[in-house]
Ligand binder design. Structure first.
Ligand code: NAD
Length: 271
């Protein structure tokens, strides 16, 4: 039985994660944490997901929740909050699944340093389908090489605060690596005005923010005369949440280190 604490529990992903844990016979929810000042602090977590009381109250202190014997903290919050939670989990020695996106380079470095002491699974996208998409994009880039233009198009709901999405960037990184390019050097974020002809060595990103779109990603490989599009569309947040819970179970057997969803699914080195 994997004993799990969820941070950001009243958020969109937090609530879906609560459902995913409650629906998993091999997982137990032992705590739920929100930012101090949140209107729902002190209420029973069951109310967050329209269920009967669970006997677990929403708390603001991750440190005190961790004293209850916790295997894994699942964190889908904000970069600032995630950093704070990493410090607490590192101190106590609790494993983490981190889904928060938009971490800066420095924040990513702190995460990497913490993984020397605790096992962390961090991924911009915990959906199994997206992780397979990453693999398919890698294979396509390897075979098509420099003979195609690569563009990455993503769409998300109007509340998303970072762009391009962490998943779009991960797709760009996989393709760039396979093509022997540095993404930071070849990236083009949107186009406007007199842009001149497209440089084949660039990788372009286009971002859509609209309505309640959960998350769409397309990698477009375009040559003269044909094009290949690899598309993933999420229709529910549950696919991210169940992937994160799967990662939490997987972490129980891992030594300290930094892992991603490709590790969890055994996709590294496959194909
Ligand atoms: P959200 O705004 O609905 O939820 C975030 C929650 O975190 C809020 O309830 C907020 O109050 C809470 N929070 C903020 N500071 C906190 C703190 N110090 N302690 C505890 N809780 C705190 O956002 P969301 O749509 O649920 O997304 C959360 C994050 O997860 C974003 O970075 C998003 O991009 C990412 N995300 C990742 C995946 C994935 O598969 N990796 C999938 C979906 C979303």
């Amino acid at each position: 039985m994997t004993r799990i604490v969820i941070t950001g529990a009243a958020g969109r992903m937090g609530r879906t994660l609560i459902e995913a844990v409650l629906n998993d016979p091999d997982a137990t929810l032992v705590g739920a944490v929100e930012r101090s000042g949140h209107a729902l602090l002190g209420s029973d977590v069951g109310a967050l997901v329209g269920r009967d009381p669970l006997g677990i109250t929403l708390q603001s202190s991750l440190g005190s929740v961790l004293s209850n014997g916790v295997d894994v903290v699942i964190d889908f919050t904000t970069p600032m909050a995630t950093l704070e939670h990493i410090g607490i989990c590192r101190h106590v020695g609790t494993r983490m699944v981190i889904g928060t996106t938009g971490l800066s380079r420095d924040q990513q470095l702190v995460l990497e340093q913490a993984s020397r002491d605790i096992a962390i699974a961090a991924a911009p996208n915990f959906s199994v389908g997206v992780n397979l998409t990453l693999k398919l994009a890698e294979v396509a880039a390897r075979i098509l090489g420099d003979s195609v233009d690569v563009e990455i198009i993503e769409a998300h709901h109007r509340h998303k605060v970072d762009a391009p999405s962490g998943t779009a960037l991960a797709l760009g990184q996989v393709v760039a690596r396979e093509l022997g390019r540095d993404l930071e050097e070849c990236v083009v974020y949107g186009r406007q005005g007199h842009t001149g002809e497209r440089d084949r060595k660039t990788i372009g990103f286009a971002t859509i923010r609209a309505g309640d779109i959960i998350g769409d990603h397309t990698v477009l490989f375009a040559a003269s005369g044909e094009r290949l599009e690899i598309t993933h569309r999420a229709s529910s947040r549950m696919n991210f949440a169940s992937g994160a819970v799967r990662a939490a179970h997987w972490l129980l057997d891992q030594p300290p280190g930094l892992y991603d969803m490709q590790d969890v699914l055994g996709l590294k080195g496959a194909v």
